[in-house]
Write a protein that binds this ligand. Structure first.
Ligand code: CP3
Length: 350
């Protein structure tokens, strides 16, 4: 195996900026979570949002996967629904049900009640967690800060939780497009100082999660979501760090996501990597896109899938190895180790 000549942070930022790397950098979405026994030990008897709001605990959970796998980047243990909570929506997580947001906001009165917030005052725990992670991991590790994308966060606020149908979100958009736009505007405006706070505290890169983007068709996304997303990406880049845009089940939206202007586009497992790389390799770097199910079987199969992923992105001008979506509770530790070993042995990229 080649001797590393870059620190993890240098390697990660170089890939994001489409510069040469000594090997492909790697981290995994949802790398902190229930698939790790050391996470489950701390989770026992605690509410998820209480862990997020405890800087010492959030920092510890952020560092757990780094200690075990030496990933190039640490993603801060938090959630995309933290800003919704700071805007005045009650957010809690129930076992087996996922997030529950109350009250739901579907009319003008409720949406105009969603307030911008002072990030240090309302979410200072996150800044403190980032500072603690930096102190523990030192200057050589990349730290990923994040927020949800306007459509994904708005859908949680409107639906009151996870959904597969998006009935109320669709209904709001059809009934009152201006009010839908007002909601997305409020989410974006609240997210901007929140992201700036994370960079100020030590985040090296920002990822914007549009987990539910794929639910919308191309025309609807272009008309009603893209302007808000583009503004968020543009302002996030102006903070001075690379911006990664992640969207799930969104192969039909790739041209729109590229046009939002991120430094890195995170492709899900269903993406047509060859055509995306072929078309946009000179505009941006890529992240992804190993199927998270490759981590549920045997380590040899996981390693083979990781090699195939590296091969798919070989013509990319900048590749950050990641999953297409995120780790799940059944993710196998031996599979992750096998993948990390493959990526750690990957060749340098001029
Ligand atoms: O990636 C990381 O390790 C960093 C922390 C992180 C979490 N959530 C912790 C978490 C990040 C970046 C997120 C993002 C997030 N949160 C997304 C976008 C990414 C994606 O998966 O599409 C979404 C949609 C959410 C909202 C959310 N949070 C849901 C729907 C759920 C419940 C379902 C589930 O996976 O458990 C969560 C809970 C959550 N967020 C957990 C963790 C570690 C599990 C909490 C537990 O221990 O019960």
């Amino acid at each position: 195996m080649a001797v590393p000549t870059m620190t993890p942070r240098e390697r990660f930022l170089a890939a994001a900026r489409r510069r040469p790397v000594d090997r492909t950098p790697i981290w995994l979405m949802r790398q902190a979570g229930r698939w790790l026994p050391e996470y489950r030990a701390l989770r026992e008897g605690r509410a998820f949002m209480d862990m997020v709001r405890d800087p010492a605990l959030a920092a510890e959970l952020t560092c757990q996967p780094i200690r075990r796998f030496d990933f190039d980047a640490a993603v801060i243990f938090s959630d995309i629904l933290v800003p919704a909570s700071a805007m005045g929506v009650g957010v809690r997580f129930e076992e087996g049900r996922g997030p529950i947001l109350e009250p739901v906001s579907r009319d003008r009165v409720a949406i105009e009640r969603l307030e911008p917030f002072d990030p240090e005052e309302s979410t200072g725990f996150l800044a403190e967690a980032i500072r603690r992670v930096r102190a523990e991991l030192g200057p050589d590790r990349a730290i990923v800060g994040f927020c949800g994308a306007p459509f994904t966060v708005a859908s949680y606020i409107v639906e009151g939780g996870s959904t597969r149908a998006f009935t109320h979100t669709k209904e709001l958009l059809a009934r009152d497009p201006a009010l839908f736009a007002e909601l997305l505007t409020r989410v974006v405006e609240a997210s901007i100082p929140y992201l700036a706070m994370q960079v100020e505290a030590g985040a090296d890169v920002l990822q914007i999660f549009d987990s539910w983007a794929g639910f919308l068709d191309h025309a609807t996304y272009a008309a009603h979501v893209l302007p808000h997303l583009s503004r968020l990406v543009c302002v996030a880049k102006a903070i001075g760090v690379p911006v990664i845009l992640y969207a799930n089940h969104a192969a039909h939206l790739t041209d729109l996501l590229v046009s939002a202007g991120p430094d890195v586009l995170s492709l899900d497992a269903s993406a047509d990597v060859a055509s995306a790389v072929g078309r946009w390799r000179s505009s941006l770097a890529f992240q992804g896109n190993l199927d998270h199910e490759a981590l549920l079987g045997e380590p040899e199969a996981a390693a083979a899938a990781a090699r195939a992923t590296l091969e798919r992105f070989k013509d990319a001008n900048g590749h950050i190895f990641n999953l297409g979506s995120g780790c799940v509770p059944a993710t196998r530790i031996d599979c992750v180790q096998a993948v990390v070993d493959v990526v750690r042995a990957s060749p340098s990229r001029p």
